[in-house]
Each structure stands twice: as C-alpha cells, then as structure tokens.
Design a protein around this ligand. Sequence first.
Ligand code: ZN
Length: 42
Amino acid sequence: MNHPVWRCQDCGERLYAHIEGGYQCHNCARRYEKADLETASA
Ligand SMILES: [Zn+2]
C-alpha cells in the first residue's frame, strides 16, 4: 500500500494520526478528517 505523506494546508508541516481519529498538525493544531485528505490529494 502506498501511504501518502499529508501536509498541513496552513503551515506545511506533516500531519500525525490523531488518537480520536483523523489527523492533526502538531505545529498549528489544525485538525483534518481522513476523508478530507484523501479527496484533497486527488
Ligand atoms: Zn499546521
């Protein structure tokens, strides 16, 4: 499986999986849903 490296759309830092689901930027704390990232990269 190819796992893309997602980056924060605000600051460009890479995103980390959030314990409650989805992903979060550790730099600016912006939250992303997994579905949002998958559709945005298309
Ligand atoms: Zn960020």
